[in-house]
Design a protein around this ligand. Structure first.
Ligand code: TRP
Length: 443
């Protein structure tokens, strides 16, 4: 069977940007910036994204396009030996990440409903905190929304590359941009919003530690969807003609733009209403509804915001499921519908203990962590950095000649920066990633 391809260059860029832009940008980035002191974190994040992040993104895309295979198959085809284990780690990470990602994404759907029903229309953070805690610690309701979100993800992936993933991204990504801009206009015109702008835009380096740097680097990996083979898989559906260095640049730029826009939405609003920017993961679900409740048409803005978050999460979750499905379709001859449904159901079940660890299973600890935290730790802190490390080593040391030729051939000439990129994938990226891995384990 002929391999499916993206219908257009724009379709590929939007799908890859859709993978990158997700809960990581809109929910996590603003609170990470809030906790780490604002402007300085933003600057360090930007520096890391455009050096190491961009370089690993290009490495994944070039592996995918050269091999035209899924994350495991690509390593098998290009080199073999023990290398396919890198892809296998990626597939394992995909199961874990999607299982808890879908639980949080389910909360965003629930909050769409709650913003319309008036359940979160209070402006008192204490009331909203209790409402949030009460909701996520329940059993049936969060699982119901987790099931809905997984069903949506499965539906998009089983529809295939062109008519599923690409079509959905083409509609959803521009919608997301427009929604963000509308909300930002509202947020930055609130009285007192300028303090939030100053917090994000004026760096205070006195708060920077090595921990800030390692947080910024792991946030960059998660946000750009790197280290798991998602960009290998998406790159494998690229036609040989595309200029992937341009595409990698656009995806990195769009992902970063959305993170910064989310910061510009969340932080000015938080300051305008006198909340604490370092409130942490609860910022989105507890503080923002309070902010919306004090705005004219608050229920409408709340609904728009959670819709936006659900859309962003869906185009990301689709790329995570696709990593697993592409493997079963390419290498095991399973049909796409069957693979999507079976893997989706397994991931739904794997997500149940993650969801219950907010309530019933809160005291069931694995190595001192709840099941939810364990999944997050094993995937984000271990498997993703290890994957990113070996992907850089693979391109830098094993297929560098071919990768360089592949990029050069499709750009027409050898771009001047390509040898500089070689140094980054060979030395800088692996060393920097090894550093975060060690920091993450020690911290
Ligand atoms: N980047 C997405 C976000 O920011 C999450 C995501 C999608 C991801 N695919 C991935 C993270 C692959 C790591 C690896 O929400």
């Amino acid at each position: 069977m002929k391999r499916e391809h993206w219908g257009s260059r724009l379709g590929f860029i939007l799908a890859a940007a859709g993978s990158a832009v997700g809960l990581g940008n809109i929910w996590k980035f603003p609170y990470m910036a809030g906790v780490n002191g604002g402007g300085a974190f933003l600057l360090i994040y930007l520096a890391l994204v455009f050096t190491i992040g961009l370089s690993v993104m290009l490495a994944e895309m070039v592996i995918g396009r050269m091999a035209e295979k899924n994350a495991i198959g690509a390593f098998k085809k290009l080199k073999g030996g023990a290398w396919p284990l890198v892809g296998l780690c990626g597939v394992a990470a995909a199961f874990m990440i999607l299982s808890f990602y879908s639980v949080v994404a389910g909360w965003t759907i629930a909050y769409m409903v709650k913003s319309v029903s008036g359940a979160i229309s209070s402006s008192d953070p204490a009331v909203l905190g209790a409402a949030f805690g009460g909701f996520i610690s329940g059993s049936i309701s969060p699982l119901f929304y987790h099931a809905i979100f997984m069903a949506l993800t499965v539906f998009v992936v089983l529809s295939g590359i062109g008519s599923g993933i690409e079509r959905a991204s083409k509609i959803l990504m521009p919608a997301l941009f427009v929604l963000l801009l509308v909300l930002i206009v509202r947020a930055v015109t609130l009285p007192g919003a300028d303090k939030g702008l100053a917090f994000l835009l004026q760096p205070d380096f006195s708060k920077v530690t090595w921990h800030t740097v390692s947080d910024a680097l792991s946030q960059a990996f998660f946000s750009l969807s790197l280290g798991m083979g998602a960009m290998i898989t998406y790159g494998s559906y690229l036609s040989k003609k595309e200029n992937i260095s341009g595409a990698a640049g656009w995806v990195t730029l769009l992902d970063t733009a959305v993170a910064v826009l989310a910061g510009l939405l969340v932080l000015p609003a938080v300051f305008a209403f006198g909340f604490d920017p370092a409130a942490g993961p609860g910022l989105t679900f507890i503080t923002l509804p309070a902010v919306f409740a004090q705005m004219p048409f608050g229920a409408f803005f709340a609904f728009l915001f959670f819709l936006l978050l659900a859309i962003a999460a869906l185009t990301s979750s689709v790329s995570i499921l696709e990593v697993v499905v592409a493997y079963f379709v390419d290498d095991r001859g399973v049909n796409r519908k069957m693979a999507s449904i079976v893997v989706g159901v397994i991931i739904f079940f794997l997500g149940i203990p993650s969801s219950l660890s907010m309530g019933m299973m809160a005291d069931t600890k694995f190595f001192g962590m709840t099941f939810f935290d364990l999944m997050d730790f094993l995937s984000s802190k271990l498997l993703l950095p290890i994957g990113g490390l070996f992907i850089s080593l693979f391109v830098g040391w094993v297929v560098w000649g071919a990768a360089k030729a592949d990029i050069a051939a499709h750009n027409g000439t050898v771009p001047f920066w390509i040898n500089g990129w070689g140094i980054v994938v060979k030395f800088i990226a692996p060393l920097a990633i090894a550093f975060i891995l060690i920091q993450g384990l020690m911290g």
